[in-house]
Design a binder for this molecule. Structure first.
Ligand code: UD1
Length: 437
């Protein structure tokens, strides 16, 4: 298994191109199941999760073609200039042979459940393996299922699979989410696009990736109002059609590299990012003494070679501080001046990085869903590993700041969500290499 070897202590400076968002690309790929015409996605990142979704769609009968690198600038989604590169992907679901999403693929990636809404809406039936437990908590899909039932689907749980049936099609309804869920909002948005009549999603997720999906659905012919708000109205249409869509930049990748600049006393420009995609993390960083500003080409993060100051952080649904940056921010707080209380409100059990950070010399005490982090003078390199994507990258960040050598093991987690992480960091002066194994 590949590892990353990092020698800490280098001040990072330079620029990093931000790719298309993984968490937007996955539902957008699933949206291809809503039409028999071609969906073209630009800025698709090269990631293991994208391969998993590709395999899932291919086994449903979707033709997926990669048109290759598209390093060219410019995109059509209203976002800044030149993010990304990545791939252009063409998906055509004109011959869906199977509406079953098997266990072997779903267990690899929870986002596989996003095929449920589109399949049941267009084909009247879908059978999807339950994703099961996961490293960051139990993560049920009850909200997805309840919403589909409200749209008239009959839902049965059997032998580890959920089957949703609506042979006569779905019917629009008012769906009130008791809790904000990104995935359930996305599944329902896709399903409602082909339902009869009007659907209103109340307490919908406002994440930029949800808005990106909604914009793509509109380009495919869907009628959606309230995009980017917590109340989304969808008037169902009979069929959707071909469209081309450029994926929104990855605010979590960007936030991670912003913290890389902060934790090394560095200065990095994040190319292609709009500051409004990461207002809460930018505010937290500036409260910690790190300058974050908008530039012509993206966002610049400058720490002026100073240590950060401890700040409290609480994760919340967008536009609050994202849970997907909690581990990275904790790494920064480990070497900040003063203390920081970090509270996780989205997922239980999302502190798996804590024992590993402590092995590198961090001073962290966890009490329930809060972690008290007392900044230390410096961390020391160590062999570490993590069982989740964001936890893994927090250890990379800690390694960049630590004295001596850190080896991050099991980096297949990193490869699920970060494209060429070691190349992007090395280009800014980090001493980091992938050791193949
Ligand atoms: C998405 C992101 C993930 C991010 C998370 C929260 C993708 C592919 N993944 O995950 O990176 O960390 O949003 O921003 O976009 N819940 C239920 N029942 C459900 C659904 C969710 O109880 O049916 C709970 C979850 O356990 C969790 C909370 O709701 O506690 C939020 O989860 P949700 O927003 O659905 O996360 P995902 O869509 O899985």
């Amino acid at each position: 298994m590949d590892k990353l070897r990092i020698v800490g202590g280098k001040r990072l400076s330079g620029e990093i191109p931000i790719g298309g968002a993984k968490n937007a690309a996955l539902p957008l790929m699933a949206a291809s199941l809503l039409t028999d015409q071609e969906l073209t996605l630009r800025h698709v990142p090269r990631l293991a999760d994208i391969d998993t979704m590709t395999n899932l769609l291919v086994q449903h009968g979707v033709t997926v073609t990669l048109v290759g690198a598209n390093g060219k600038n410019g995109n059509g989604n209203g976002h800044k200039r030149s993010h990304g590169g990545g791939m252009t992907m063409r998906l055509k679901a004109d011959d869906v042979g199977s509406t079953v999403a098997p266990y072997d693929l779903v267990r690899k990636m929870r986002a596989s459940v996003l095929v449920l809404g589109p399949l049941v809406a267009r084909h009247g039936e879908a059978k999807v393996s339950l994703p099961g437990g996961c490293a960051i908590g139990t993560r049920p899909i009850d909200l997805h299922l309840k919403g589909l039932q409200e749209l008239g689907a009959e839902v049965v749980l059997e032998s580890g699979y959920v089957t949703a049936r609506a042979p006569k099609g779905l019917t629009g309804a008012r769906v009130v989410f008791p809790q904000v869920s990104v995935g359930a909002t996305e599944n329902l948005l896709m399903a409602a696009s082909l339902a009869r009549g009007e659907t209103v999603l109340v307490n919908a997720a406002r994440e930029p990736e949800v808005a990106d999906l909604a914009r793509c659905l509109v380009a495919m012919g869907a009628q959606i109002e309230g995009i980017g708000t917590d109340q989304i109205t969808v008037r169902g249409v009979e069929r959707l059609h071909a469209a081309e869509h450029a994926i929104v930049p990855d605010r979590i990748e960007a936030g991670t590299y912003a913290i890389a600049a902060a934790i090394t006393g560095g200065d990095i420009e994040l190319l292609g990012l709009d500051l409004d995609l990461m207002e809460a993390p930018a505010k937290t960083l500036s409260d910690a003494g790190v300058a974050v500003s908008s530039t012509d080409r993206g966002v610049r993060v400058t720490s002026g070679n100073r240590r950060a100051t401890g700040v409290d952080v609480m994760t919340e649904p967008f536009p609050g501080f994202p849970t997907d940056l909690q581990a990275q921010m904790m790494a920064l707080m480990c070497v900040a001046d003063g203390a920081a209380m970090i509270t996780e409100t989205i997922f239980e059990n999302r502190f798996m990085h804590v024992p590993e950070l402590c092995r590198m010399g961090a001073n962290i005490n966890v009490h329930g869903s809060s972690a008290m982090v007392r900044g230390v003078g410096s961390l020391t390199g160590a062999p570490v590993m993590a069982t989740d994507l964001r936890a893994s990258v927090s250890l990379v960040l800690a390694g960049l700041a630590a004295q001596g050598e850190t080896t991050v093991n099991r980096i297949y987690h990193l490869d699920r969500g970060y494209e060429r992480v070691e190349e992007k960091l090395a280009a800014c002066g980090a001493d980091i290499e992938r050791v193949r194994g």
